[in-house]
Design a protein around this ligand. Sequence first.
Ligand code: GDP
Ligand code: IMO
Ligand code: MG
Length: 421
Amino acid sequence: MNTVILGLQWGDEGKGKLVALLARDHEIIVRFQGGANAGHTVFIEGQEHVFHLVPSGLHHPEKVGVLGPGVVVDLEVLAQEVEALSRMGRPLEGRLWIDARAHLVMPYHRAEDGWEEELRGGIGSTRRGIGPTYRDLYARFGLRAGDLLHPDTLYRKLKKSLEWNNQVLAARYGKPPFQIQDMMDLLTTWAERFRPMITDTLTLLREWDRRDRAILLEGAQGSLLDIFLGTYPYVTSSHTVVGGALAGLGLPPQRLHRIVGVTKAYTTRVGRGPFPTELHDETGQRLRELGGEYGATTGRPRRCGWLDLVALRYTAWLNGVTELAITKVDVLSGFPEIRVATAYRLKGAETRWFPATLEDLEQAEPVYEELPAWPTPLVDRNTLHPQLEAYLGFLEAHLGMPVRLVSYGPQTHEVVLRSPA
Ligand code: GDP
Ligand code: IMO
Ligand code: MG
């Protein structure tokens, strides 16, 4: 049974926590897109830990992890993460594999990402070099992890990548060039350190799949940040939707059995871009404080607003979600009332479909329904408060899919598994 966990909003839905939970029923945990822009929070023996590149759940020492072909890997960040887990008594040697096809985030990508943000105000990226790395990938002169295995051709590939990037850095930002020898030295150090982890992960995957070893695919970011289907241009540079999972790992579609779509009980967004249900008032502030809504990667305050069923109807459908997971229902406890957007008012009419253009999204006015809040998520260890049940029933009716997992706190065990209605 292979499972994918996908964010249905603009990221930070609580994917990491759910991965840590579902990891118990899976042997292999893989990332298939994005890079160290992800910040996935997991509690390990009561201590908060943020995963950026290492698949969440690899703190379980018996689990195996993969960074698939669609991931962009910053080996400097990876080295730090591997080191930190090693210090916690969870070494990753022999159980974390990097696909040879995965592209490398270079220091000049990271630098450009930051300079672009400063020059133009940017889109509010995480400054992790994600956009420039995927750009080079699509332009077909990116450096890949597998290039580290071939020192004879590495210099030539680096030269091509660096020439292009140095020209951009000089012309657009007036910055001095990165020196080829410095970059070559860095790549050589990385090659020595990571050579044993770099392999053709598809050969492993095929064998695991043949033996029916359960694979858990960990999405990063959220569907509304997808490069094709999200709120372009305020998106990340990868495919965050289910299609990205298949292409970014190299898994046949029929080998994906369970598609878990994760949403918060409200909505957040970091960085710029349209957000129809955003609250600029005290309620938004209250959500931020009670929900601890500050970025796991950048520490930026997250923008907060009510749940948006127009957006969820779109993302839950296009991902073919088989079950929903709702997180942070505890944060809404004690609110006097809860609002949920069920439609948008746009150009004098009501629509229940998520608009395709930025201009329409910016004009869309949410149409809200009010629901009673719940004073507490649980009435006993496994029973949800009836008003929370009513809220979940309301979501199920609107989205036409079941809510199976209800998370009511940051710790891995703070979850109720709901049985089918
Ligand atoms: P991810 O990027 O989707 O993995 O999510 P993040 O880790 O960036 O952000 C989710 C935040 O909410 C983290 O601080 C989690 O510890 C926390 N969290 C997850 N689930 C719950 C929940 O049910 N209740 C509360 N209060 N916090 C949660
Ligand atoms: P997780 O996996 C929330 C946002 C950035 C910015 C846009 C582009 O923790 O849910 P990028 O650095 O990717 O080029 O930035 O996407 N963004 C995220 N927002 N959670 C994330 O990851 C994000 N990764 C990128 O804030 O608006
Ligand atoms: Mg996050």
